[in-house]
Design a binder for this molecule. Structure first.
Ligand SMILES: *[C@@H]1O[C@H](CO)[C@@H](O)[C@H](O)[C@H]1NC(C)=O
Ligand SMILES: *[C@@H]1O[C@H](CO)[C@@H](O)[C@H](O)[C@H]1NC(C)=O
Ligand SMILES: *[C@@H]1O[C@H](CO)[C@@H](O)[C@H](O)[C@H]1NC(C)=O
Length: 235
């Protein structure tokens, strides 16, 4: 008479195992690809700058990278939607970042790379959902190619090394750009390609070599609001 009971227990045991599997699958949260992508980013920052700012990533028991510092995932999809790598280098070594490291993060909406002593990117940044990009306080002498980032609404380039020998053509295709921060560069005049940005609502130009009144032209002058540093919305 013992046999049916054993069989029953075996089925219950198997059911239990399936439920544990399902539960741990759910609690993993972020995708393997994105977790691996974050670890590759951490290595790139470590190798280039010797910084330990990202040392908590992957260090503990927490496999769900959505719970890591500096990472925010979409609640529904569990895909990384915001990434803050602000001041993740030691800011002593100038370096350039491999743009392909961001390929795993196709749902990224906000990326903060401020204060990293970056001179630019190797390759082309291709993040079609990105809306907010902060590259402030770096060593950029030119704007990286942003053509693949048609969703971009806010671009922060404050305190870089941009001057007027650079033509700013990389900006002209950003049809959704609403906010552009160019304060603290070496601009002696307003780059003319800025007037082609028809969605622009706020432009910040403080602490450049600009003198006198800013010539607000055409269409833009109606909606234009020359924000001060404090009013500029950052990540
Ligand atoms: C996502 O979840 C967190 C924590 O439960 C919550 O604070 C946040 O408001 C949620 N975000 C959205 C967009 O629903
Ligand atoms: C960006 O990536 C998409 C696929 O995600 C691809 O179709 C497109 O050609 C890429 N653009 C550039 C400029 O590399
Ligand atoms: C503008 O920047 C470029 C690149 O850094 C530099 O070579 C050039 O000397 C600068 N021009 C002026 C007028 O500062």
């Amino acid at each position: 008479m013992e046999y049916p009971l054993t069989k029953c227990m075996r089925i219950l045991f198997l059911l239990g195992m399936v439920m544990i599997e399902l539960q741990s699958y759910g609690s993993l949260g972020c995708l393997d690809d994105e977790r691996a992508g974050l670890m590759n980013l951490k290595d790139a920052f470590d190798d280039a700058t010797g910084s330990s700012a990202l040392s908590s990533w992957g260090g503990g028991e927490e496999r769900d990278c959505c719970k890591w510092e500096r990472v925010v995932c979409d609640n529904a999809t569990k895909l990384v939607s915001r990434l803050s790598l602000r001041y993740a280098s030691d800011f002593r070594n100038l370096w350039s970042l491999d743009a392909s490291l961001f390929l795993p993060f196709q749902e990224l909406q906000s990326l903060n790379l401020a204060i990293n002593a970056l001179t630019g990117f190797e390759g082309v940044l291709n993040l079609s959902k990105l809306e907010v990009l902060d590259l402030g306080v770096n060593y950029l002498t030119e704007i990286p190619s942003l053509d693949a980032m048609q969703s971009l609404r806010s671009l922060n380039l404050r305190y870089n090394k941009l001057n007027n020998s650079y033509r700013f053509k990389e900006l002209t295709n950003l049809n959704n750009l609403e906010m552009l921060h160019l304060g603290g560069n070496d601009l002696m005049e307003i780059p003319s390609s800025i007037w082609a940005l028809t969605s622009l609502k706020a432009l910040s130009l403080e602490n450049n070599g600009l003198n006198g009144l800013l010539p607000l032209r055409g269409k833009l002058s109606k909606t234009f609001d020359l924000h001060s540093f404090q009013n500029f919305i950052s990540v």
